[in-house]
Write a protein that binds this ligand. Structure first.
Ligand code: 2IT
Length: 445
């Protein structure tokens, strides 16, 4: 395989799908040497089969607002690859959603899920519907309409959706209610459910907590520790909340949060009260972070990103391509020690190159944020066994999984100078598992 040639052909087949092409290119560049050492992969056309989703559902989602006006959005579910388990991945409700973004997310999800050690394939879905400014009743009607189409294509052993940006416990509840109504089944077909109807303990915290367990391991491997480190976090949603909570608990100082409107800088670091307020702010459906600065009298820098601050660790927790090449240069010149991507594809290729060339430890999203989907996998296990585990039990399993992912990155990503290229490690480890399963299952697998 030659990556450039392959990518040129793929770009012709899928014109304009820039996020999708970006995600595929990153993985192919990492795995190229390994791939070319295994002629059986080339012969089985593993790459050609991997980059195309098994199938994609695109459907109309009509709904009515509180004034009785009719709106129409587009709904999607991409069943990408089920070589190692049922399709698994979140639903994103945001006005930026399009096919390219969901394909990039679904593609990433294949490798991420493989890294978790649990039997889960890759999928993703969502809609260009935004919950911003919408009442709960409107969101409920939208979710019902979305599920009226989706339900035929999912199932606890075929495809198990969860949340992502814009889809939290409230949306999962409405979606689950409708699924149950239509199928007359209560089989836990979604994850991220409320605790009282089959959700798992620690699932809301899992992405952020898992990220911090991973960061702790990266630091320990580099002979360092989290205590006293300053951290820049972007976003202020569920993922940023979990990360801020665990980072603070482990003795680090979180000094920033951000929204589409700018970022807040809190030189003293967040405390429990401020972290708890993040949930309230998110639940207000406002999508802006400035009220946080107003409430606590901290600095707000409109229209800027947190990456201009001098910190030890940068943790993008918002969305794709939120940290670009210039941001990376700024962080490096300010002496950043580590970058842990918690959002999916949070760093642009230029940013990643900048970190790796400067030999700064960079943890890619598909490893760092895998605790979220891993805990979804644990929710599936509990549902299948008709029981629920304690927080300690789930947290212990999450610890073990994150540490296993870290080991896989070290195994496949350690370079000759001793630098651990976590991106390469995660891509190769995830790919090898899926590729082997596809080989064993034959060309339709
Ligand atoms: O990007 C992700 O891994 C998620 N949004 C979570 C997916 C899941 O199935 O829990």
């Amino acid at each position: 395989m030659n990556v450039d040639n392959f990518m040129s052909e793929l770009a012709i087949r899928h014109p304009g799908e820039k996020e999708y092409l970006q995600a595929v290119r990153e993985v192919l560049l990492s795995i190229e040497p390994v791939y070319n050492m295994h002629p059986e992969f080339e012969k089985a056309r593993i790459i050609e089969r991997l980059v195309e989703p098994d199938r994609t559902f695109i459907f109309k989602v009509p709904w009515t607002d509180d004034n009785g006006e009719i709106h129409v959005n587009t709904g999607y579910r991409i069943q990408y690859n089920n070589a190692i388990g049922p399709y698994k991945g979140g639903l994103r409700f945001h006005n930026s959603v399009n096919l390219s973004i969901l394909k990039f997310l679904g593609f990433e999800q294949i490798f991420k899920n493989a890294l978790t050690t649990l039997p889960m394939g890759g999928g993703k879905g969502g809609s260009d519907f935004s919950t911003r400014g919408r009442s709960s009743a409107e969101i409920e009607r939208f979710c019902h309409s979305f599920m009226l189409e989706l339900w035929r294509n999912i199932g606890p052993n075929t495809d198990v959706p969860a949340g992502d940006i814009g889809v939290g416990a409230r949306e999962i509840g409405y979606l689950y209610g409708m699924y149950k109504k239509l199928t007359r089944e209560n089989t836990g077909v979604l994850t991220g459910k409320g605790l009282v109807y089959g959700g798992s303990r620690i699932r809301p915290e899992a992405t952020g907590f898992g990220a911090l367990y991973f960061v702790t391991q990266m630091l320990e491997t580099a002979g360092d520790s989290l205590k006293g480190k300053t951290i820049a976090i972007s976003g202020f949603g569920n993922v940023a909340w979990g990360a801020a909570k665990k980072a603070t608990e482990l003795g680090a100082k979180v000094v920033t949060l951000s929204g589409p409107d700018g970022y807040i800088y809190d030189k003293n670091g967040l405390n429990d009260e401020k972290i708890a307020y993040m949930l309230e702010l998110r639940a207000s459906n406002n999508d802006v972070v400035e009220p946080f600065a107003k409430k606590f009298g901290v600095e707000f820098i409109a229209g800027h990103k947190p990456w201009e601050r001098k910190v030890d660790i940068a943790m993008p927790c918002a969305t794709q391509n939120e940290l670009n090449g210039d941001d990376a240069k700024q962080l490096v010149s300010n002496g950043v020690k580590m970058v842990a991507e918690v959002s999916n594809m949070g760093c642009t290729p230029e940013a990643i190159d900048t970190f790796i060339n400067a030999r700064i430890v960079y943890g890619p999203g598909k490893a760092v944020n895998a605790g979220g989907v891993a805990t979804s996998g644990l929710e599936m296990t509990q549902n299948a066994m008709h029981l629920s585990w304690s927080s300690d039990e789930v947290d212990a399993r999450l610890h073990t999984i994150m540490s296993d992912i870290h080991d896989q990155c070290v195994q496949y990503g350690t370079e000759s100078d001793g630098y651990i290229n976590y991106m390469k490690g995660a891509n190769i480890a995830g790919f090898m598992k899926v590729a082997r399963a596809m080989l064993e299952e034959g060309y339709l697998g």
